[in-house]
Design a protein around this ligand. Structure first.
Ligand SMILES: C[S@@+](CC[C@H](N)C(=O)[O-])C[C@H]1O[C@@H](n2cnc3c(N)ncnc32)[C@H](O)[C@@H]1O
Length: 220
């Protein structure tokens, strides 16, 4: 078992509380949901949550894929009616051209470039023509600006939108910026104003200077 999956097996029981029961987690979760609500409205094709973890976003999907048995066990308790596959993201046990949309959050940041390419190739295989993969990743332009130094695999990867435009199998359909300012660190009374300003800047020409990018790729 690889180091990342081992880490999440150990974290599974406390993941939801540890990551999402605080002001940062709640803010990120709500911002991601706003974007998913827009992108997935009227979607009647099957949606797969890749690296679904404990099922934070599984309300949007009917299939959850994850390599960690322990993360899946927590997700299964919350969503007993969903289908789960304990698979590596680059070898998913599904037929080609079988899925309408893949969502994958807080996952690509863990992968090196080679693995990102493999996961995108596998996603392309299982997606129908014009099917989409929607995922987030730290923005490389922001990291370069701030002189980010990677310490280990956790959150180590980042991308430029131009890198994705060079992928021959997908078209970049939409991109969103997320977290221009560290909003969760500001007092609650000024957050409402800051959220509006943050969303404006994070989706302006300065988009790639947000902390995260949310990318929508469409299979050619
Ligand atoms: C930070 S969690 C994200 C969970 C969920 N998507 C969310 O946003 O809350 C990362 C997940 O990726 C899974 N994972 C790590 N490496 C994987 C791989 N190679 N294939 C499939 N899942 C993997 C972990 O088990 C973990 O559940």
């Amino acid at each position: 078992m690889n180091e990342i999956v081992h880490y999440y097996n150990d974290l599974a029981r406390t993941y939801d509380q540890d990551r999402f029961d605080n002001s940062y987690g709640k803010f990120i979760d709500s911002q991601e949901r706003k974007i998913l609500d827009k992108l997935l409205i009227n979607q009647d094709e099957q949606i797969l949550d890749l690296a679904c973890g404990t099922g934070r976003l599984l309300n949007y999907a009917s299939i959850g894929v994850d390599a960690s048995a322990e993360m899946i066990a927590v997700a299964k308790r919350k969503f007993p009616e969903k289908t789960f596959l304990q698979n590596e993201a680059d070898t998913i046990n599904l037929a080609e051209n079988s899925i309408g949309t893949i969502i994958s959050f807080h996952f690509f940041m863990h992968l090196d470039q080679n693995k990102i390419n493999q996961v995108l190739a596998e996603s392309n295989r299982i997606l129908k023509k014009n099917g989409r993969i929607i995922f987030d990743i730290p923005s490389r332009k922001r990291r370069n600006l701030l002189g980010y130094k990677k310490t280990n695999w956790h959150g180590a990867s980042s991308l430029n939108i131009a890198d994705l435009k060079a992928n021959p199998d997908f078209v970049v359909k939409k991109t969103y910026g997320l977290l221009f300012f560290p909003i969760h660190r500001f007092p609650a009374f000024c957050r409402k104003f800051l959220v509006a300003l943050d969303s404006f800047l994070a989706n302006s020409f300065l988009k790639e200077y947000s902390s995260y990018l949310i990318i929508v790729l469409e299979k050619k």
